[in-house]
Ligand binder design. Structure first.
Ligand code: UDP
Length: 238
């Protein structure tokens, strides 16, 4: 553990990250790669919490755009995050990492119910702890769930793994001259409307001084390098 800068972190994975090269659902190679990325830190005793999105399966906003009741669609989106959480748990366990899933929506047969003190106990015992079903409320996102849980469990940093290697001043996929930030303030993220996380999540991190690190999970070994204190991607601070 001594080589690592952090002791307790929360990793946010988007549902889309799990799709890999597929158009929908889960590419099993992706959870496997994530498991391999996390294993060295897990073996060293790092306390790792995970929040995963559901966008690879369903998003409430898409349902609403098609005429569905927004809250009903959001409930479906939250259930999608449970599917992703169970897939991750299965992969982590097959890679020798003990893992618990705690759902914000009660689902006794497939997961534990989220109880903050119990979550902290799991982490203290070295179990990867996945927080499923977002916040348990419609009209929120899993980015907000990640910010909320990171604050609740006293994580030192919220690590958001995405498909880009940090935060840019414009979309690097569309603008080849887009400039990447090494660090940026929460207020700049909000004022420039940078969409790294939704505004609710960013504001919650701001209010609670929760640093956010944004990096590309596709880069080999990046999670381990970040946990050792290397400055990777972009860090959002006060
Ligand atoms: N969701 C919700 N409340 C939450 C978290 C998620 O209603 O606290 C729903 C919402 O419909 C969202 C979907 O679950 O679109 C999937 O989550 P998200 O879009 O954050 O996933 P990601 O973009 O990270 O894959």
């Amino acid at each position: 553990m001594s080589d690592y800068k952090f002791k307790r972190v929360l990793l946010k994975l988007s549902g889309e990250a799990l799709m890999g090269s597929k158009e929908f659902g889960i590419d099993p190679d992706v959870p496997q790669k994530i498991a391999e990325e996390l294993k060295p830190a897990y073996d060293a005793g790092m306390q790792i919490a995970v929040v995963v999105g559901g966008g690879n399966i369903f998003r409430g906003l898409s349902g609403a755009a098609a005429g569905m009741d927004r809250a009903q669609g959001d409930n479906m989106g939250m259930l999608a995050t449970v599917i992703n959480s169970l897939a991750l748990q299965d992969t982590f366990e097959r890679n020798g990492m003990i893992c618990r899933v705690m759902s914000a929506i009660e689902m006794h047969q497939v997961s534990e119910t989220y109880i903050r003190r119990r979550a902290i106990r799991h982490l203290e015992k070295g179990r990867i702890t996945i927080f499923a079903a977002g916040t348990g409320n419609p009209y929120f996102t899993t980015d907000t769930a990640a910010a909320l849980r990171a604050c609740e469990i006293g994580a030192e940093i919220l690590m958001k793994a995405t498909k880009v290697d940090g935060i840019y001043d414009s979309d690097p996929m569309k603008n080849p001259d887009a400039k990447k930030f090494d660090t940026i303030t929460y207020m700049d993220v909000l004022n420039r409307d940078l969409h790294v996380m939704d505004a609710t999540a960013t504001a919650l991190c701001h209010d609670n001084h929760m640093p956010i690190m944004v990096f590309n999970l596709d880069e080999d070994g990046i999670f381990d390098r970040a946990l050792r204190g290397e400055h990777v991607g972009t860090i959002v601070v006060d």
